[in-house]
Design a protein around this ligand. Sequence first.
Ligand code: NAD
Length: 469
Amino acid sequence: MDQSYQFIQEIFNAQLANQYTVASKSVLERKVKLRKLKKAIEITFREEIRSALFNDYGKHPSEVDLIEIYPVISEIKLALRKLGSWAANEKVKTPLSLIGSKSYIHKEAKGVCLLISPWNFPINLTFGPLVSAIAAGNTVIIKPSEHTPNSSAIIKKIISSLFNENEIVVIEGEAEVSTKLLELPFHHIFFTGSTAVGKIVMTAAAKNLSSITLELGGKSPVIVDKSANLDVTAKRIVWGKYTNNGQVCIAPDYIFVHEDVKVAFIEKMKTTIEKFYGKNVLESIDLSKIVNQNHFDRAVKSLNNALENGAKVLIGGKNEPQSNAFEPTLLENVSYNSEMMTQEIFGPCLPIFTFSSVNAPIKYICKNGRPLALYVFAKNEKVIQKIISETRAGTTCINNSNVQFSNPNLPFGGINNSGIGKSHGKFGFDEFTNARSILKQRFSGPLEFIMPPYSGFKQKLIDLTIKWF
Ligand code: NAD
């Protein structure tokens, strides 16, 4: 590591030295830390968090409260209620062959952890996993995204007001800072971001055999069956897609709608968008902007590429480079080979396809990687169960979108290309915890009678053990 990054090594060493002290803190002491964090986010720094996100990309303060602050507060509340049971030793049964011993699972902190977070929900996706890391008794180095500098600055301010650097610290910087951090032998790395960078993180982690959680992205499909209630379906899809203007890892990415209800469904999408964001959508303060010029240009390029390949705009399509505003944009006839269908959209475009038999969307989804989220809008229970059993996805929400993220009792995470490992509640706690198995021999057991030298009699005992115990 070169001289300019020497401080990263120093902080890492300080955390290495401090890890056992932090891990030895009781459940009550960890809860004190979580309560302080809760107060900082909910009260002390709430206004500063709201302004930071507004300044970063025009996020409405109500959306900040609902999607950034509330999920973190509910994670903390759950940890405060349940930490005692999550962290307690777990007794397990002892087989007859091991009679004379007792066994239990001891929950211990993994140690020094790295938490790399993205820009799209900087508060939620930094403090959410941090709650699990603190609950499990770890030290943490946080590397927030460089694309939301105001949010990263407030995250740093909050953390430095509550923790010493040898326990939790924020290190800001571009991707190369992450690269330097990833050279270090962390005990666990929790990464939220794109699939492409996830692969880089996993490769770097392999060098040190650091354990990893990868919360990645991908394309999250929606199936709208003809049995669905179209009014609520349109309302919930528009909300799920256009919160943060599509810049959400679990945002609906493309829709398969049953051909019998396509026209009615598109009409309802149109009226809902107008109801939510008014007639002059580009000026709506309720719709987030695209985060920066690069991502704005990416969205425009993807739209143009789709149009060149025969797509037709059904709703929206207008955008404004001066403000990075971009209308909710629904399209049809999008080629499966266009950029819009080969890459995660992560923006305001929403391609719509039709089907006559649900086998067609199932086949398409199974052929194109495992999504982080799969949405089904239907009343017909047979259709719902068929889709669930014939596909794989990290999460599924039936008759709504995105809200599955908000239940901290559910595991959150992808599968293979959309992620490895789970977060939230007990699942997040487990991710930052080593489940150490402990067997304590109390008195002599049957094994002592079958140790070498072997004999015919001992072989009979071994045969009996295999057969009966
Ligand atoms: P990103 O992968 O570009 O960046 C994420 C983090 O990784 C940032 O802190 C960045 O500085 C760092 N980084 C960038 N390049 C790096 C490199 N070469 N080596 C090491 N670190 C590097 O992602 P983003 O643009 O910030 O976020 C959008 C992506 O994140 C989307 O794909 C989205 O689906 C995904 N995402 C997933 C979840 C989830 O919970 N599964 C949540 C939010 C976003």
